[in-house]
Ligand binder design. Structure first.
Ligand code: ADP
Ligand code: MG
Length: 231
């Protein structure tokens, strides 16, 4: 578990509370939470080279300690199909971000595998002042934002806790499959919830964790965006 402690100490030394997406995803990988393959590029040629290695289509995202909500800053470009689209997107993202926040410190641009569209879920954790580390699960978009259809459990989670968190959602029938929509891999989500519980229990300095979205598939699930905030 050494990458995790190293990343957290480094952020503390630099006086940063929010981990960068590549840092948060490196921690996820260490805890067995699947994420989209990624590399951080520091110029457009490097971005194109990484995109070739990862395979098209790819997604490019800003990496900056000053940009927490990347799409709000025009810092995310998806479905890039070749090297030319990658170099264009690289320039465009820097331009957008500079307009959004002139003083934003740019660490680089994240090049990542584009995950196929599927059911979007959200896995979260917050450190409750009374109950301590608490894990959250919900479906993406309107389910969380408008219908508040989410479930919570105090960590540490057992496998059964994680299963219950999924099945007690009002939207659970959508995950179970309906008409010609196939069922999604509930066990893959159970694993992610249990590993998230382990992650926040091992690292009490984590104040908030947000895996949003986690794309759920017929087989497996993948975290496309990860945010971790320290105390
Ligand atoms: P933020 O939440 O900081 O604005 P995200 O990384 O979540 O940025 O990107 C915004 C949206 O772009 C995501 O909700 C998702 O729909 C899409 N997206 C981001 N990365 C990927 C990816 N690797 N594969 C597929 N879709 C992606
Ligand atoms: Mg996001």
């Amino acid at each position: 578990m050494n990458q995790t402690s190293k990343i957290i100490s480094k952020a503390k030394e630099e006086g940063r509370k929010a981990l960068l997406e590549p840092e948060a995803k490196t921690i996820c990988v260490e805890y067995g939470i699947p994420v989209t393959q990624f590399k951080v590029a520091s110029n457009e040629n490097e971005a194109a080279k990484y995109a070739d290695e990862i395979g098209y289509p790819v997604v490019l995202k800003i990496v900056s300690p000053d940009i927490i909500h990347k799409s709000d800053a025009g810092g995310v470009m998806v479905d890039l199909k070749n090297a030319e689209e990658v170099t264009d997107a690289y320039k465009k993202i820097l331009e957008n971000v500079k307009k959004y926040n002139t003083n934003a410190k740019i660490v680089g641009i994240l090049v990542q595998e584009m995950a196929p569209q599927s059911t979007e879920t959200i896995v979260g954790a917050i450190k409750d002042p009374q109950f301590g580390q608490t894990v959250m699960f919900g479906l993406g978009g309107i389910f969380v934002e408008i219908l508040k259809d989410v479930s919570f459990r105090i960590a540490p989670l057992t496998t059964n806790d994680a299963k219950d968190m999924i099945t007690e959602l009002k939207a659970y029938p959508l995950l179970k499959g309906y008409r010609n929509t196939p069922p999604i891999d509930v066990d893959a989500l159970v694993n992610i919830l249990c590993n998230t519980s382990r992650l926040v229990m091992d690292n009490p300095e984590i104040k908030e964790l947000d895996l949003n979205p986690v794309l759920a598939y017929q087989k497996g699930a993948k975290t496309v965006d990860a945010r971790i905030i320290l105390e």
